[in-house]
Design a protein around this ligand. Structure first.
Ligand SMILES: *Cc1c(COP(=O)(O)O)cnc(C)c1O
Length: 402
């Protein structure tokens, strides 16, 4: 959890700025706030890293992805191609907007593949919600080709991929709109926070309205503002934005450390027969937040996980069985268990979610073990961890009859 490793005087100072005026609301109060605008600062820092034309800080990454979908015009009845390996927020956002998730295959990049998207397209497909998983990047050239050929809208959930890029363009900025999360587990954290990005002014303005009850944010009297659209409260507080700004300034340093540690881990573990790593669309665009080990098959991965648990090697995720990121564990989605009726229950699901045939995804996630990289590790700590992991892999992969 890199960001949280570096909490210090910078974050404290930013919070004290806000407390010094007491203005925790991001809009208005110009006379009292002593020119302190932390949400704007947070947006500016995010823009500096991603080169996005427009950034909007919001309450969390889930709100950012919902805003990205809504501002891209995705709503009731629209089929949206989604990955079956993602943080559940992606799928929730699609469902809560009344749209219909269609699950397609991922590949060794851990992201939707162009081929998977192509096979999932129907006459009702409106958009692709691409998720850049585990700090990496998807195969954008191939994906953009399919998206453009089929005149689909591309929205990117880059919740885990802030500061990752592909051939020089930052994740989140290939389609109409994108989203980053700054929750407690990401490369940088605001405690709770998210950033919506786009290069399209109209899409930005719509998101800006949508995330604050439709307010047009014109003039200095909130009570007299107009409301071009129905929206909701996805605002970020100045306190959270203050932390987000300080943390975002540290991202270049965090990313450099992550990448160095990951390279060392891979150079040691890559020598073991049977071990490979998840692919990147662009090797030079990694944010380095995860080491993504690929074992020869699911059974081998499970043996390695068991061995690491026995020995006490922590800090990893085996998404296939343990975590909330993989469709095999999404019973409530498969059963459409809802608090109150959603459009999908009236319209019907576009796929039989209980009987999805996604063999490639099952194989890839089954083989995958992801280690969270810590930016504060020393070289000795990285080497010690690599050696521990290596011993577990070797033991688990040893031929049974040897
Ligand atoms: C973390 C994450 C989110 C949700 O972000 P929150 O800030 O926790 O709401 C959405 N999508 C992906 C891919 C994520 O990893």
């Amino acid at each position: 959890m890199p960001g949280t490793e570096l909490f210090g005087a910078e974050e404290r100072k930013e919070i004290e700025d806000v407390l010094s005026t007491g203005i925790m609301f991001r809009f208005n109060h110009d006379a009292q706030r002593n020119n302190i605008w932390k949400a704007k600062d947070f947006e500016e820092e995010a823009r500096k890293i991603t080169n996005a034309k427009y950034a909007l800080a919001v309450s969390n990454g889930s709100a950012a992805i919902m805003a990205a979908l809504a501002a891209s015009g995705i709503g009731t009845g629209d089929e949206v191609i989604c990955p079956p390996f993602t943080y559940i927020a992606t799928v929730e956002a699609v469902l809560l907007l009344g749209a219909l998730p269609v699950f397609a295959e991922i590949d060794e990049t851990l992201c939707l593949s162009a081929d998977g998207i192509k096979k999932a397209i129907t006459s009702k497909t409106k958009a692709v919600c691409l998720v850049h998983m585990c700090g990496g990047n998807a195969n954008m050239d191939e994906i953009l080709k399919v998206v453009n050929e089929n005149k689909l809208i591309l929205v990117e959930d880059a919740g885990q991929a802030f500061a990752a890029s592909y051939k020089g363009t930052y994740t989140g900025l290939f389609g109409k709109a994108g989203a980053y999360s700054f929750d407690f587990f990401k490369i940088a954290t605001a405690g709770e926070g998210g950033i919506f990005v786009t290069n399209d002014e109209t899409v930005y303005k719509l998101a800006d309205n949508f995330c604050d009850h439709g307010h047009d944010h014109l003039g200095s009297n909130r009570g007299m503002e107009n409301h071009p659209v129905i929206g909701f409260n996805f605002r970020i507080s100045e306190l959270h934005a203050a932390v987000g700004a300080a943390q975002t300034r540290k991202v270049p340093q965090i990313k450099a450390a992550n990448i160095k540690h990951k390279a060392l881990l891979q150079s040691i573990l890559g020598k073991i027969e049977g071990v490979t790593f998840a692919k990147l669309g662009d090797d030079n665009g990694d944010s380095g937040t995860f080491l993504n080990l690929m074992l020869p098959d699911t059974e081998a991965a499970k043996r390695v996980v068991a061995e690491m648990n026995t020995v006490g090697v922590g800090g990893f995720n085996y998404w296939y069985t343990n975590m909330y990121h993989f469709i095999n564990q999404w019973e409530h989605i498969k059963e459409l268990k809802t608090a109150s009726k959603l459009p999908i229950e009236l319209l019907g699901a576009p796929q039989d979610y209980k009987n999805l045939h996604l063999p490639k995804t099952q194989e890839v996630v089954g083989r995958l073990i992801s280690f969270g990289i810590r930016c504060t590790w020393t070289q000795e700590e990285v080497e010690a961890l690599a050696n521990k992991i290596a011993a577990c892999i070797k033991k688990a992969l040893m031929p049974v009859n040897a």
